[in-house]
Design a binder for this molecule. Sequence first.
Ligand SMILES: [Ca+2]
Ligand SMILES: [Ca+2]
Length: 198
Amino acid sequence: MHARRSSKRDSTRGRLDGFSMVEVVISIFVVSVLITASLNTVGASVKGTKQISSAAQGALLAQELMSEILTLPYVDPDAPSLTIGKELGESSTKREDFDDIDDYDGWSKASLENRDGTARPGMTGWSRTVSVVYVSAADLVTPTVVDTGIKRITVRVTFLTKFVAELCALRSGPAALQVLKKVYPKATPVLVPDPEVI
Ligand SMILES: [Ca+2]
Ligand SMILES: [Ca+2]
């Protein structure tokens, strides 16, 4: 009787062990698939994160340069000129020598530097360019050749020759600001005091 019960228990354990083994195998297989899928997901996520990170970094670099530009006056303080670009006698490509916003027009640097020209370590591959054009209140896209009282500044950022971010800002005098307010009543202007007016 005891021997028969023992035999039955052994048989049951054998089936359980057998099921367990199958379950384990299935579990490993499923886990393996999940791990593989997870690794693929993580790989895609890391790639996506890098792209997001590059876009975020590019946006920050564009904002940083734009903030620097907007601290300067609308026109040259020493030689007010209607012509976009550096004034007569100004030839430096150093940003610290620029004294009005359109001195930045055409500025381009294939490496990342601080305003004083010192290199920024750990930022290989980044480059920034700036353009400054006159635009009209009625058309903020198409550049005009005459002084409309509105300058559009565009900062473009690339990473490893790939376009990453672009930031545009308008700078105007008080008169043109009133025109802009009428044309775009729902827009909220960010009032940046002109250093020459303060
Ligand atoms: Ca200047
Ligand atoms: Ca200038």
